[in-house]
Design a protein around this ligand. Structure first.
Ligand code: SAH
Length: 343
């Protein structure tokens, strides 16, 4: 509900049909309106196969639900684009579109800001303002798809915010993007990244949604992890690993462990050795992310030699590992660089 009106972009096709019936119309109108929504229209008057009287009725009971592209930045290094969106309440969020191998991946934000407080991440510097509604997460993709003129094939829930801290809206979003006559993006093309909210990982596991789950681990040691991630004071690494094993049992899906490499903090041999011990035998994959610099903090990425050494050690012990090719750092569009205000 939005100022007493239904937000159409929050509805599945079935719900849209039910809504039309509720206001005394035929079901098929629901399907028509549903497909208009996904064309990225902003106004009822753009629905040219819907009679004017119905368009007027719609605007009485509902709104479409729109966020607007305020600014678009294009990387000169790669094909990455960063979008600043203006929300109805004046908030700003950022999303990133990345193109490679004929795939278009959009990194969506989940909250205005974030309250997790990870030391190396710009998104959390000003704390949390509010959760995004499911339709506000969804509309980032609809609007980017329209702007690019290309179908978005993959989604990473890795922008500003912690998706499991906005659990219900994240779940609703997953349902909406899956709609066959909507975006039709399957769960397997979606990755949700969390800093490790263990209780929610169990809940998610029980729902058995076959998305890719990524866990921001960043250290195999609790004390070090606590220094860089306040959330680690609440949940130990042991708790996280237990919940991950449960997740794997329930979903049969491989888990990704994200490991942002910070020079002198978590990049030594001691860490790679402990990481191997921790992850041995778990159906998983490690994604190393050389830390992206942010203005307010002094963290630096290790030298390439160190990064490769870390990777080679995991390789040697057969822990599947890749180095994330961070895109769009020249437009502050890389991991950890998104914000809730203009910079
Ligand atoms: N809230 C989610 C999504 C965060 S962004 C989470 O915590 O997982 C996705 C990944 O980028 C996370 O692993 C996050 O820890 C990492 N990250 C944050 N800031 C970074 C930075 N400056 N450089 C590299 N990775 C960073």
């Amino acid at each position: 509900m939005y100022k007493g009106k239904v937000v159409l972009k929050n509805l599945t096709e079935e719900e849209m049909k039910d809504f039309l019936v509720e206001i005394g119309e035929k079901k098929f109108r629901g399907s028509q309106i549903f497909s208009w929504i996904y064309k990225g229209i902003r106004d009822f008057d753009e629905m040219n196969n819907i009679p004017k009287s119905l368009r007027e009725k719609l605007s009485k009971y509902s709104i479409i639900g729109n966020i607007d592209i305020d600014l678009k930045l294009e990387s000169k290094m790669d094909n990455t684009k960063k979008y600043l969106f203006l929300l109805n309440d004046g908030s700003i969020i950022e999303s990133v579109a990345m193109e490679y191998d004929n795939r278009v991946t959009v990194c969506v934000s989940n909250q205005v800001g974030c309250r997790m407080g990870c030391r190396f991440c710009a998104s959390t510097i000003d704390g949390l303002d509010r959760n995004l509604e499911a339709w506000e997460i969804l509309d980032q993709i609809i609007k980017i798809q329209k702007d690019l003129g290309k179908r978005v094939s993959n989604i990473v829930m890795m922008g500003s915010g912690e998706p499991l801290d906005n659990f219900n809206n994240s779940l609703r979003f997953l349902k909406l993007v899956n709609e066959e006559n909507g975006l039709n993006i399957g769960n397997r093309h979606i990755t949700l990244s969390t800093c490790g909210l263990v209780d929610r990982i169990y809940e998610l596991a029980d729902l058995q949604i076959p998305i890719n789950l990524a866990i921001s681990l960043h250290s195999p040691f609790d004390d070090r992890r606590q220094e860089i991630m306040p959330v680690a004071k609440k949940y130990s690494i042991n708790d996280i690993i237990k919940s991950c094993k449960y997740y794997i049992r329930k979903t049969n899906r491989r888990i990704t462990f994200e490991y942002s490499l910070i020079k002198g903090t978590n990049d030594s041999e001691k860490e790679s050795e402990e990481l191997v011990k921790l992850l041995k035998g778990i159906l998983c994959h490690v994604n190393l992310i050389p830390i992206n610099p942010i203005e307010e903090r002094e963290f630096e990425k290790p030298n390439t030699e160190y990064i490769n050494k870390f990777k080679n050690y995991l390789d040697k012990y057969n822990i599947p590992v890749t180095i994330r090719n961070s895109m769009g750092s020249d437009i502050s569009g890389a991991c950890g660089q998104l914000r809730r205000k203009y910079k």
